[in-house]
Design a protein around this ligand. Sequence first.
Ligand code: HEM
Length: 496
Amino acid sequence: MTPPAIDYRDLQGVVRFGYKHLHAARYVLARVREREAARAWLREAPVTAAEYSLPPPDDALQVALTAPGLDALGVAAAVRDAFSPEFLSGMTDANRSRRLGDVGANDPASWQWGGASRAPHVLLMVFAHRGALDAVAARHTGSAFSQAFTITHTLETSDLDGVEPFGFADGISQPWIDWAQGTAPASRALDYSNLSALGEYVLGYPNEYAKCTDRPLVPADAASALLPDALDAPGQKDVGRNGSYLVFRQLGQDVRRFWQFVHGAAGGDLAAAERLAAVFVGRTRAGDPLVPLSARPVPGTPDEQAAQNHFTFDGDPRGVACPFGSHIRRSNPRNTDYPERPAGLTKLLAAFGASSKGFRDDLISAVRFHRILRRGREYGPPLDPADALAPASATEPERGLHFIALNANIGRQFEFLQNAWLANTTFADLRGETDPLIGTREPTPGCPASGAFTRPRHGAPADRVNGLPQFVTVKGGEYFFLPGLRALRYLAGGTS
Ligand code: HEM
């Protein structure tokens, strides 16, 4: 299978760029009000493509659809049903909620948006320079839009200058996408590499298994003529190509509770509290990893990759510097992903999911199949750790992260991370603890308490912090499809 070169004119720009130079962003959630008007609007929508331009664009519009949105647009059942099962069933079916940790305070019943009966149909992501956002958003959501759609929620973002609301530099580690598709995935089967196949994030191209992820293909006919050809199915047109699944979760962050807890656990010393918080994250607030940076980039990692990301956990096999339970080591275990890391042949087998260790460990060892591209933005005003020690005001503003992840396979990528790594109470031989930042502390079968955090020590029993409360609460969420520009026109009934 010779992969085609990517056509950036057909890819939504946020996949490639994230639009960091556009500091203002707003997410608009809407439902179809009048089908024909909605189809017409989507066919004409000035969606910004991923072509590189100098100077970069002054604003950008991106559009994504939910499965109920496809229904509302009247997309044919044969096309709709060929999207992935996770996308089709949405984020909130009961089993999925349990697996994602959407229980207790995170229960979709108390979300502000999303979920079966309140699912949005369409998501507009509007990016602009500071001060220009209202005008740009008004341009896109004027009378043609309001004839076609009813806005249900407008989600604002804030610009905390690359820092998430707890006060840590964010957006540092991203997979380095092999846009040129120049490196065979098998060459990175054994050691951690930050290089990741294009098909892990963009449908219609080979993924880390050197296969195209399932997506809707349709017979070539007059209606589908505008679509690209399917790479792996001669004669078929590809609805998925240049599209991606977009996971959106609104994660409320209780910044005061976070800093008050670590301050108390650190004996009332703010500097020690910052050190403990850094161990929860796995990086300092400035973004430096807790393990030494490699002198050379990690193999397969282009030099341009952020300097703060040149590290593996090779030199810290027991998690003394960066505990196994820290957020970054759970969400990307890199190479030392569990304490008794296999070597040699065992490692080779583990990479392909076939060692004699437990199935879960085998899966955990295959990190390259579980990466996501993060594109979220924070919301709410900044709050310094020292100020966060004061009690909340009567009019405490909401703070949090509009977490957005792009991936080709929601189950194998986002859901695996969330379930097997972050929400898992038995991750890496740890017991009774979940991710220190985003974990719920809800009892689960066989694990009545999960509010601990373990810090291994050299030559001494591990230190344990107990009683972590829940710092992050899910406020809304949905699975979207972020189509290629031609697929968007096709789904909206266009033929050219
Ligand atoms: C409010 C919730 C969250 C906060 C405050 C948060 C914060 C952070 C911070 C500070 C970093 C380190 C900086 C960086 O590498 O970008 C990070 C990394 C990361 N987070 Fe989160 N995060 C949150 C939710 C999530 C969720 C829900 C997931 C996935 C399901 C996730 C996955 C990741 C990944 C994959 C990394 C990069 C790890 C690496 O490659 O080293 N995060 N996060």
